[in-house]
Design a protein around this ligand. Sequence first.
Ligand SMILES: Cc1cc2nc3c(=O)[nH]c(=O)nc-3n(C[C@H](O)[C@H](O)[C@H](O)COP(=O)(O)O)c2cc1C
Length: 208
Amino acid sequence: MQIDPSANTHAENYKLVSNLVVPRPIAWVSTQSLDGVVNLAPFSFFNAIGTDPIYVIFSVGRNDRGGELKDTEKNVRASGEFVVNLVTEELFAAMNISGADFPPELSELEAAGLHTAPSVRIAAPRVAEAQVSLECKLFSAQELGANTVFIGEVVMIHVADHLLGPRLRINNFAPIGRLGSPSVYCRTTDRFDVPRIDFEQWRKEQTA
Ligand SMILES: Cc1cc2nc3c(=O)[nH]c(=O)nc-3n(C[C@H](O)[C@H](O)[C@H](O)COP(=O)(O)O)c2cc1C
């Protein structure tokens, strides 16, 4: 079957893409409004897109209530910064609460029983309970239809000590992934490790 997205409604395209391009990591984005209210929300249109320097990207759609800007978008635009906290399984319930449509004056962190920890290079705090947090300065904001794509440069990385092995090897870090909308997730604990293929070695094996 072939599906022409231009013949679909937005809801149909959302259902398709959010269930096909999976699993997606979840950026749990903490921001701060200019009057100091801390906001937290999950975004699964998210990834790392470069390491020299380190850039991450996430995309924010419009609010279900009449297409207003989401609080995250307002805060990133106003402050030029955000923190991407990563979501491990013990934080799942809190992440899910923070995805509810809270009014701007209420902090999702408080509602989810979470605490803030200060960031080092930016004013927006991180989630104290997160095992990994990336402090980001806004690099660009691009409108793509009804979405805004934010690219941030990572200016400080927080990693829980227990995750770090020798030579910066990360051990046992298992963030959850978003597997389908609206509410299917996956664990990342079922792993396999396959060495990269060397082309010359591969060619020799073909002719042997
Ligand atoms: C796991 C998960 C992933 C989500 N991913 C996105 C996303 O990529 N883009 C988006 O606009 N909303 C996404 N949402 C919905 C937002 O988190 C939700 O609209 C939230 O209320 C926005 O909060 P804010 O107004 O405080 O920014 C997601 C929700 C969940 C639970």
